[in-house]
Design a protein around this ligand. Structure first.
Ligand code: SF4
Length: 211
């Protein structure tokens, strides 16, 4: 069996994960996922939630209001997510570029042309916001693929890792979402920066298990 497939099935048996990206009731899921994907750059999810809640409380989590809100007000709301000066600009750029488009016209290349939208952010928007089949590669993915011997180096190009997964599971939105959630779960629990190998339930397939 392909190593990627083997890892996926092992993790699926271990964790009761579901495809993951929380959104609130009464918001536009595409918009909320997209703003969350921008806000989560270089911070943890708890901080993103605080910023999203501020936007909701101020009635700003809709396309028109985000487009027209004063920059200072936007910065104040998203401050908990850090890098708020930059992220406010990125949010404004994104909203202006996308608000009048229909989902079928929003492509990966188009998202990447917007300043502040990198590969991981673009793929999160496509996969979770629009249900388009792009696997999201994050630092956890690269770490676990390297440690379990799927890749030879940890620092390999984003697209290369993404293509490896998309070749094993072609155009499979459900699996991409679930796999991402499983990788995050396992890395938070065991395969941390300093891994807890002695307790790790997949140590028998991992080349790092003797450390
Ligand atoms: S054995 Fe250690 S390095 Fe390998 S997956 Fe488990 S925690 Fe990570």
């Amino acid at each position: 069996m392909h190593r990627i497939r083997e890892l996926f099935y092992l993790l699926q048996r271990l964790y009761n994960c579901h495809e993951w990206w929380p959104v609130h009731e009464n918001t536009d899921p595409f918009l909320e996922v997209s703003i969350g994907a921008i806000l989560t750059q270089n911070t943890n999810w708890e901080n993103v939630e605080k910023a999203i809640n501020n936007l909701i409380k101020e009635g700003l989590l809709n396309w028109e209001n985000l487009d027209f809100v004063r920059m200072e007000k936007l910065k104040e709301c998203i401050r908990p997510a850090g890098f708020y000066n930059q992220k406010a600009i990125y949010i404004k750029n994104f909203v202006k570029a996308v608000k009048d488009l229909s989902p079928e016209n929003i492509t990966r290349d188009f998202l990447l042309s917007i300043k502040g939208i990198g590969e991981e952010t673009a793929d999160s928007i496509l996969l979770y916001g629009l249900g388009k089949p792009y696997f999201v590669v994050d630092a956890y993915t690269k770490r676990l693929f390297y440690r379990t011997g799927i890749t030879e180096k940890q620092n390999i190009p984003y697209r290369k890792v993404q293509k490896m997964v998309m070749k094993v599971f072609p155009a499979d939105v459900y699996t991409y979402r679930l796999f991402h959630a499983l990788l995050v779960e396992h890395c938070k629990k065991y395969c941390r920066k300093k891994p807890i190998c002695r307790e790790c339930p997949i140590r028998n397939i991992c080349r790092q298990n003797l450390k």
